[in-house]
Design a protein around this ligand. Structure first.
Ligand code: THU
Length: 138
């Protein structure tokens, strides 16, 4: 399955949504506020932010919170994941998030954006080659 390219207008909209979501992050420990915006199969934009916990191991990333919200809203397929980090260079999602994105978007495109104008686009297959997935359980 391939993913159609994004229009610049929609990309801007997703970037703004991801950055706005980062302002809602609960990150009193790392102070690293991350926002994610998903473009779903149906064209909806769904956002998430990281939510930390005093029990550090329970911290949840922005990308996974967004995916969980997408599933809760009744959608199961993500086309694009835009990740905003408060950095000068774009940063790629953590390993756990790559696995979760792959589950719901095996052909998803991930675009990392940051405080500067720099952005990097990857396919989830590049970020997580040889992924374990639903078909491995058949
Ligand atoms: N974080 C994310 O939200 N997404 C990532 O892809 C990397 C890390 C969060 C988790 C934690 O709250 C903070 O950033 C520092 O690791």
């Amino acid at each position: 399955m391939s993913t159609n390219p994004l229009s610049l207008k929609l990309l801007k909209k997703l970037e703004i949504a991801a950055r706005r979501a980062s302002t809602k992050a609960y990150a009193p420990y790392s102070k690293f506020k991350v926002g994610a915006a998903l473009l779903t199969e149906s064209g909806k934009i769904i956002t998430g932010c990281n939510v930390e916990n005093a029990s550090y191991g329970l911290c949840m990333c922005a990308e996974r919170n967004a995916i969980n919200t997408m599933v809760t809203s009744g959608e199961r397929h993500v086309r694009y994941v835009i990740v905003y980090t408060p950095t000068t260079k774009p940063t790629a999602p953590c390993g756990a998030c790559r696995q979760v994105i792959s589950e719901f978007g095996p052909a998803a495109r991930v675009i990392s954006v940051c405080k500067s104008k720099k952005r990097i686009e990857y396919s989830i297959r590049t970020l997580l080659p040889e992924a374990f997935g639903p078909s491995d359980l058949k």
